[in-house]
Design a protein around this ligand. Structure first.
Ligand code: FES
Length: 353
């Protein structure tokens, strides 16, 4: 690992181009007021894309822009090897991974090529000024070792030949496609698949099957007696059952603690009289969740008020990404109150006890 210090020769000043300054304002605006410092890495990346490396004046400019002490920006710039602290090759700065897996798979040869073709030492510019290189620690592509990083791209599964071809391509402005250079698909087994070879594993037909096997064949459970049916609310019409949408049902089947369908509450095909209650009056229910409840067949407060605990749990597990809301927000209690005509004065502020 190299020592990371600012370059001995620094420019007088630094300024973002108009275009980059405007782009950075948009990036900074993504963060809450007072949290502009969160944009420090994007800002340094913009500096690097503009100048090729990070200078002291650039660090000071970024610190001022983000209202940070200079030292905080310096810490970030010197910590991450993605940031160059000295001028680099015009066409490419090649970061060669020299950590164990890459070493075992030929990083030595890659480094020798860098020394012979580009520059004798890391961070030295090539004679034509087009290239520079350095050795870095693991870049997270060990399974495709050896590898190098050039800007935002990684070139993996390198050999001497493919690395030389990469340098030729970069010099000609026509580098090969990033990724494995030996033709393999990402990090798939290099010599072909040796396990999980059944094509059915990848066509979607096996989704959820292992859970059914585990639940029903390995650990059969006698069906629990159904709880006494809740008394229908005064205004409730005989409930009609509505099939659960397939996507919702699939989500439910994937859950490990499935509430059996015998606990499915009475659901409706449509709102009674064509007018649903405003379910958004239930604390924690917004337009999206209300829409999902309608899809499930839930339109009225008295429906929810008539549920028992298991009905509530059944519904809750069919709420997709909203799972947990029904239990957390005590929908039965809220709805019971709403059936009496009570309305929250402030929907968000008036939570149930
Ligand atoms: S060891 Fe080289 S990418 Fe991890």
């Amino acid at each position: 690992m190299s020592v990371r210090r600012l370059h001995s020769e620094q420019p007088e000043s630094f300024a973002f181009t108009e275009e980059n300054a405007a782009y950075l304002q948009k990036v900074i605006a993504r963060y809450p007021e007072g949290r502009q410092a969160s944009a420090v890495i994007p800002a340094l990346m913009v500096v690097q894309s503009q100048e090729g490396w990070i200078s002291r004046p650039a660090i000071e400019t970024v610190a001022k822009l983000l209202d940070m002490p200079d030292i905080r920006v310096l810490e970030v710039a010197t910590f991450y090897t993605q940031f160059q602290l000295s001028p680099v090759g015009r066409k490419a700065h090649i970061q060669v991974c020299g950590t164990t897996p890459c070493r075992l798979r030929g990083a030595d040869e890659i480094i020798s090529i860098c020394k012979n073709r580009l520059a004798a030492h890391p961070f030295e510019l090539s004679a034509d000024g087009d290239f520079s290189w350095e050795e870095v620690e693991c870049a997270g592509a060990c399974v495709n070792a050896p590898m190098v990083t050039v800007g935002k791209d990684t070139y993996e599964d390198l050999t001497a030949d493919t690395f030389n071809a990469l340098i030729d391509g970069l010099a000609a402005g026509n580098p090969p496609a990033p990724g494995p250079q030996n033709g393999r698909f990402f990090s798939a087994p290099g010599n072909g698949d040796t396990s999980l070879t059944d094509p059915a594993l990848y066509d979607g037909s096996a989704v959820g099957k292992y859970r059914a096997f585990d639940r029903e064949e390995l650990s059969p459970q006698p069906a629990a007696p159904a709880p006494a049916a809740p008394a229908p609310a005064a205004s409730a019409k005989p409930a009609e059952e509505k099939p659960v949408p397939k996507a919702v049902e699939a989500q439910g089947q994937a859950d490990s603690e499935k509430v059996p369908d015998q606990h499915k509450p009475s659901l409706l095909e449509a709102a009674r009289g064509g007018k649903a209650d405003d379910l958004k009056l239930i604390h924690g229910v917004g337009p999206k969740l209300e829409e999902l409840l309608h899809k499930l067949g839930i339109y009225h407060f008295d429906q929810i008020a008539s549920w028992n605990e298991m009905n509530l749990r059944w519904v809750d597990q069919h709420l997709g990404s909203f799972r947990g809301r029904a239990l957390r927000d005590k929908w039965i209690e809220q709805s019971t109150k709403l059936t009496t005509g009570w309305r929250p004065s402030n929907k968000d502020g008036d939570k149930p006890a």
